[in-house]
Design a protein around this ligand. Sequence first.
Ligand code: PFF
Length: 447
Amino acid sequence: MGKRGSFSSRFGVVAAVGGSVIGLGNIWRFPYIAGENGGAAFILIYISISLLISIPIMLSEFTLGRSTKRNSKRAFQKLAPGSHWNWVGYMGIFCSFIILAFYSVIAGWALDFIKESLLNNFAGKSPAEINANFSAFVDSGWRPITWAIIFIVATAVIVLAGIEKGIERYSKILMPLFVVLLIGLVINSLTLPAAREGITFLLKPDFSKVTGNTVLQALGQSFFSMSLGMGCMITYGSYIKKNENMFKVAGMVALSDVSVAILSGLAIFPAVFSFGINPTSGPELVFLTLPNIFAQMTGGYFISIIFFTLLFLAAITSSISLFEVSTAYFSEEMRMGRRKAVLLVGGTTIITSTLCALSQMPGSQLTILGHNLFDAFDSLSSNILMPLGGLLIVIFTGWVLSPAKFKNELTSQQTCGKHLFPIVRFLIRFVIPFVILMLFFSLIGLF
Ligand code: PFF
């Protein structure tokens, strides 16, 4: 086996892990889910879940990865030889493929929207025309497929360059660029006429809208947004240096994730209210609603270019991490070398993404249980596979892994976070499995 790469510095790890975590989930998914679930009340639940559930799961995954320095499947095999735990690894690899399939399609839309923005194609269009153009784009099949393929090739090129020279290097450039653009957009939004209503919607909690389903949505969103439950953080954890403080990394990353989600809301909702659009517009919020806003807004030309570039940057640093999960597996387990593994993962993703894009065409037969492939992949991954993976990962770290090994690895040989360890272990052993199981039961109607 060739020499394994690793991240070279604290900034490098935080940029790479932050790059994975911050993605379409924050900018495309979070605002509309928060919009549908009562705004600020949802955000409070989301923050609590991040703190009590997502950070401990991230720490578990880092521990499994760093202690074995292997891909997500081999990590389980090494820690529990002869058991069936390696199936959790296989499940994660499968999950990374299905997320990549629909993720690349949406990222491809972002690329097309950058082009449309550059050509000033939103200007002067009525909402009906903008809707019609978007439907024509999705229905054409070949246009989204072409963009998805371009996106997959770009991702593959970065992953091929390796951990330090590819993933870390590009994340260190792209993530700060992302943050600067986002802050610029927020400042612009805050100057809009109905900024106050947008901010109130996002920051003033209305608990009357909170139901069991709100909590479930917040949990699924947090798993997706923090890239948990599918071995991504096991894989990235395996590239973290032995003396790195993993508590700090997880804390900084979670803070960035929540901040970027809220900043995206602050960029979007003032505009939504200023232009009289319904804040609960659903998944099309970003792709249908925003072009309408840009079409009417002073400076809309530049703002739309910036916004869709932001979406693309966020998407590519996340898809790199999804790609790396299976690249690490194939290159290490099938002994095929990085180049061949990248070709295999890229080729497969092109096929699955093409199927996803085709499934959105009118009259398509590409459905699973009545949902088109795109929607089926989206809900299978975030509502089932990721929470299930997260549950199995915490059961493994909390109950199967030896406590001494867990403690030594997580605290970097007792050099950091010793006082936090008992709290994290308690959450991992009791609280998190209980909460996820309860939510699963409520999902299948047992409660
Ligand atoms: N966290 C990413 C986002 O918020 O868009 C999506 C994601 C990336 C999920 C990597 C899972 C993963 F392994």
